[in-house]
Ligand binder design. Structure first.
Ligand code: C2E
Ligand code: MG
Ligand code: MG
Ligand code: MG
Length: 279
């Protein structure tokens, strides 16, 4: 009887695995068609100057509305798109769409786009950026490319050349999710970044312990030493905001300032109105 139970558990476990693998394959297949079928959209999240509260820019965050499953989180589908290579086509769509939307804003705010390591490492990414800037007429200085630390530890020399080529187009570069990977701030000296984004995990623990606060102050102090402004991600509370502002963290992004939403929700910022003064 116990033996039967054990076997049943094993069978159940395998059924669960199969289900997971099937789900992944189905998503991988559906992802290939998602752009062409108009299921992808961009949500925009504001980034504000911590001293003045003025919005400086928006980050474009990809949203997938699956016809049967409903919204699928980027945390789920981006890794699948990266593993299958679909991120190359999807990423090009994100860049083009974000630039085209932002080129039409009345205020020349910054527009940050997330780019996967594979996009940087394959083909001619700077050429794609050059084409998109030419097609959309977006001022290169308004475009910011966000990359993550994993990019900096593989194929370092080629990566540095590609990032240098992007810089020579006049676009800005930021290091996303800083502190979660394997890079160190000293590595940053070797790459032409304009800004560092401190990962949400540091912000969320900020007001919980003295050690967490010390870590955040350490990141801010070292970044300042390197001349790199920091954007804090995931700021949700006034208490977090106050500490970051006092520590001279340059910019704040998070639900406290605004959630990722269609740009029409931020019309007053991107189409004149009260924000014209802030821009
Ligand atoms: P990320 O670039 O670090 O983006 C920040 C994530 O934190 C977003 O999750 C955003 O919705 C969430 N967030 C912002 N403020 C808060 C807050 O106050 N509290 C909490 N709890 N969360 C907050 P999202 O949109 O689910 O995206 C997750 C990740 O997926 C992004 O992390 C990015 O790495 C990736 N991603 C999103 N869009 C793209 C894209 O177009 N291309 C690529 N390659 N990756 C993308
Ligand atoms: Mg990002
Ligand atoms: Mg991030
Ligand atoms: Mg993050």
């Amino acid at each position: 009887r116990a033996k039967e139970c054990g076997r049943a558990d094993v069978a159940f476990f395998h059924a669960g695995m199969d289900e997971e693998v099937r789900r992944r394959h189905a998503l991988e297949r559906d992802l290939r068609e998602a752009v062409a079928r108009g299921q992808m959209t961009l949500a925009w999240q504001p980034q504000a100057d911590s001293a003045t509260g003025s919005v400086r820019g928006f980050e474009a965050l990809l949203r997938w509305q699956h016809p049967e499953r409903g919204p699928v989180s980027p945390g789920v589908f981006i890794p699948i798109a990266e593993a299958s290579g679909a991120i190359l086509q999807i990423g090009a769509w994100v860049l083009r769409t974000a630039a085209a939307e932002a080129a039409g804003w009345a205020n020349p705010l910054r527009v940050a786009v997330n780019v996967s390591a594979l996009q940087i490492q394959q083909g001619d990414f700077p050429q794609l950026v050059r084409d998109v800037l030419a097609e959309t007429g977006l001022d290169p200085a308004r475009l910011e490319i966000e990359v993550t630390e994993s990019l900096l530890i593989t194929d370092t020399e080629r990566t540095r050349r590609t990032l240098d080529a992007l810089k020579s187009l006049g676009v800005q570069l930021s290091l996303d999710d800083f502190g979660t990977g394997y890079s160190s701030l000293s590595m940053l000296r070797n790459f032409p970044f304009d800004r560092v984004k401190m990962d949400r995990s540091f912000v969320s623990s900020l007001t919980e312990s003295d050690n967490s606060a010390a870590l955040v102050h350490g990141i801010l102090g070292l970044s300042r030493g390197l001349g790199l402004p920091v954007v804090a991600e995931g700021v949700e509370t006034e208490a977090q905001f106050r500490v970051l502002k006092a520590a001279q963290c340059a910019e704040i992004q998070g639900y406290l300032i605004g959630k990722p939403q269609p740009i029409t929700s931020y019309d007053e910022l991107t189409h004149g109105g009260s924000a014209a003064a802030a821009a």
